[in-house]
Design a protein around this ligand. Sequence first.
Ligand code: NAP
Length: 518
Amino acid sequence: MAMSRVALHGRHLFTSPHLFRRHMSTEAMAALDRIRHSGLLKTQGLVGPKWIDSYDGKKIEVQNPATGDVIASVPCMGAKETADAISSAYTTYASWSKLTAAERSKSLRNWYNLMIEHKDELAQLITLEQGKPLTEALGEVNYGASFIEFFAEEAKRIYGDIIPSPLSDRRLLVLKQPVGVVGAITPWNFPLAMITRKVGPALACGCTVVVKPSEYTPLTALAAAELALQAGIPPGALNIVMGNASEIGDTLLKSTQVRKITFTGSTAVGKKLMEGSASTVKRVSLELGGNAPCIVFDDADIDVAVKGSLAAKFRNSGQTCVCANRILVQEGIYEEFANAFVKAVQSMQVGNGLLEGISQGPLINEAAVQKVEKFVNDATSKGANVILGGKRHSLGMTFYEPTVVSNVNRDMLLFKDEVFGPVAPLVPFKTEEDAISMANDTNAGLAAYIFTKSIPRSWRVSEALEYGLVGVNEGIISTEVAPFGGVKQSGLGREGSKYGMDEYLEVKYVCMGNLKDT
Ligand code: NAP
């Protein structure tokens, strides 16, 4: 956790909302006023029915990455608050899990409706604390809410089985039951959707949840929780704690009342959580980092390939786990593709996401910019060429120029690791076999993209790619109705779709014996 962002409770700088506003842009002030008037600017954690501060009074400042303005401060919580949140989730589990599917479905549907009713405020909150452009933030609200709608419907379809018995006096049944209390830890890049993708199926199945959002983006999580309460989801079914990540994580891991950990974030933290889950043998779902290849074959439709790879690369300024991390381009189309791609990248507007026409916001923090700089420097020192951008943006803060780097190869960090920023590395290749070998030459296995007009090649390459998701001639493929998740070190389990329900259900076999008439 960034200690510089932790403030002591009571420092007058953080007690009056008017002081936050002093340095804010007109757009930010208007957005914040609207959010406040809608009752969605919640600045306390949620434990059971109570909105609470941290027990020791410590706070974290939430900043707008586009301006550095402090938007609000939230409690910096730790082990004690988390333990209370777990107790509240555990107590509520007894009643929530006993409701009928139809009753749970109704509350979830109400929650979905409220999110859509307040989509403008939620989107503004996302842009303010995360930085993504408002149109993308609105897209995230629709996407995030869609998980609640989808799982409200799926709640009614948790079917069991009757298995034909090998013995005539027995009947063999399979029941599906909720896992229990779930600990959900989420990242900053999708402050709403990464939460709803977990909480939607968990609540639909009858589980209760303790959510720990990222310290960078807690306000969207808190606003969503307020809407959940308004929707009739009982207090205690959804609890929100934030602050000291490792303390909160350890408390969730050690608790025997928490039966499952679901995590989206970096591979390093995911591995720690998996290890920590062993002592209580918890169920674990992990959505971790990616290193997506985007393969453009000679036979691709160039316009489709440029449009698709642009969307796959630059969404959220390159800060998504499914962002194209390496654009592999076949030699015959390389020059033509590079020229068209650079032209498209040049047209993107960088700036404060609240402003009209902006498609590239800031990076989340200074460390993210330094990582991008390190990757670009590493590539150029090994022979790659920056053909567009390649440096911090003149806007300052954490803005970085949309960048295209050509002649990237396997030895460079841009090839090996997730850059998580607006840098598109172009990697030339000769044959289909070369492309597949390069694409699979990584420990990650989340998303991959291919652009080709050949149907046989689409099948061949899709099947050969060691990835959980493959986009063919399409750069934006996530939807609530399809399974999302990685292979190799990109994770375990699937989110969204009917498969996403299984992560929150236990399978119970019931054998009914001695059924002979006597
Ligand atoms: P991160 O540093 O791993 O943080 C993710 C969450 O884990 C945050 O809430 C963070 O809290 C918390 N955390 C950090 N250390 C922890 C610990 N020791 N114990 C418990 N929780 C801990 O990742 P990030 O930088 O926020 O997110 C970017 C990464 O997420 C990228 O690698 C990206 O690919 C991946 N991602 C994957 C998917 C997917 O579906 N596969 C989706 C989105 C993002 P604080 O922020 O409060 O420190």
